[in-house]
Design a protein around this ligand. Structure first.
Ligand code: ADP
Ligand code: MG
Length: 223
């Protein structure tokens, strides 16, 4: 469903991707591992239409998204993709409920409908009672679960997660990963998960490793 073909991208003189190729099937959860600076985030940003490669192709649903202009790519991201990053992605001025509803509001939903769709996520992710909290009043794990709900509320085709547990202790990180995997599977969302933690990567159906800007296959994880 989503594919990078021989993607090359440099930041000035620094090559970040040097011929990266990766295919992700619909419904699959793929972990992208590799050392710091190897190009994991850059690859994720290319797959998600945030960055455009210097060379190579990015396909989503059979279409070349690297050929779309920025307006069309941002529409694609809003309508089809969800994102979870390592840190502080909640809008601090908004309540937890409004943070989750935000993608629906940006997609044109009426406020009452958006809030009604946001609500069930509180019970689903163990966040009951936190609806009116702002991000400063949430623990790191709570904030990351709100961010996860916001990434999934519009039922994206693909969830892109870049070090989603990187700011959490290991128990809280495992809780977030359990919820991410269960929620994604429940709604058939494909997941591209960037992590340098083997324990986190073990949640995936398949693991690949990025080294020096290229993607290498790893054995299917046992589970
Ligand atoms: P990873 O996520 O695996 O740690 P990145 O994809 O962030 O690696 O980075 C790959 C390489 O590209 C590194 O050498 C990094 O320093 C460089 N890089 C990444 N983003 C930028 C940027 N915005 N400007 C300049 N260099 C960058
Ligand atoms: Mg990174």
């Amino acid at each position: 469903m989503i594919e990078a073909r021989d993607v090359r991208l440099s930041f000035g003189q620094t090559p970040a991707l040097r011929g990266a190729t990766l295919t992700v099937e619909e419904g699959e959860i793929v972990a992208v591992m590799g050392p710091s600076g190897s190009g994991k985030s850059t690859l994720l940003h290319c797959l998600a239409g945030i960055l455009v490669p210097d060379e190579g192709e990015i396909h989503f649903d059979g279409a070349r998204i690297d050929r779309l202009d920025e307006t069309r790519r941002s529409t694609l991201r809003r309508d089809r993709f969800g994102f979870v990053f390592q840190f502080g992605q909640l809008v601090p001025e908004l309540t937890a409920e409004d943070n989750i509803a935000l993608p629906l509001l940006l997609g044109g939903a009426r406020r009452a409908d958006a809030v009604a769709q946001a609500r069930p996520w509180f019970a689903r992710l163990g966040l009951d009672g936190l609806e009116q909290r702002r991000s400063g009043e949430l623990s790191g794990g709570q904030a990351q679960r709100i961010a996860l709900a916001r990434a999934l509320v519009a039922k994206p085709r693909v969830l892109f997660a870049d070090e989603p547990t990187g700011s959490l202790d290991s128990l809280t990180g495992e809780q977030v990963m359990d919820l991410m995997v269960d929620s994604a599977r429940a709604q058939g969302t494909t997941v591209v998960l960037v992590t340098h933690e083997a324990r986190v990567a073990a949640y995936a159906d398949r693991q690949v490793v990025v080294r020096d800007g290229r993607v290498h296959a790893l054995a299917r994880s046992a589970s």
